[in-house]
Design a protein around this ligand. Structure first.
Ligand SMILES: [Zn+2]
Length: 89
């Protein structure tokens, strides 16, 4: 199941480093989302299912690009995907 990104619903539960729209800062620690604790949490939550994590982050990126009026911005893409550890072969 993929949580729907966007709207005003917290993506991962209240107070759990969920993004605050339309600024896409973390509702818990105030850093740009996904913040460090959230990144750790995502990797733990999705574990080996990196494909699902990419789908989820892609949905978040699309919503963030719309909210921040930066469609396809490289910096935004790096922010959402650049932190992912390389997939082990
Ligand atoms: Zn946070």
């Amino acid at each position: 199941m993929v949580a729907e990104a966007g709207g005003n619903a917290p993506v991962a539960g209240a107070g759990e480093h969920a993004p605050v729209t339309p600024d896409w800062t973390c509702g818990t620690c105030g850093a740009d989302w996904p913040c460090e604790p959230k990144r750790d949490r995502l990797l733990t939550e999705y574990g080996e299912d990196r494909a699902m994590l990419s789908v989820y982050l892609g949905a978040c990126l699309a919503a963030a690009a719309e909210d921040l009026h930066a469609p396809g911005a490289t910096s935004l893409r790096n922010r959402f995907f650049g932190w992912l550890p390389r997939r082990p072969r």
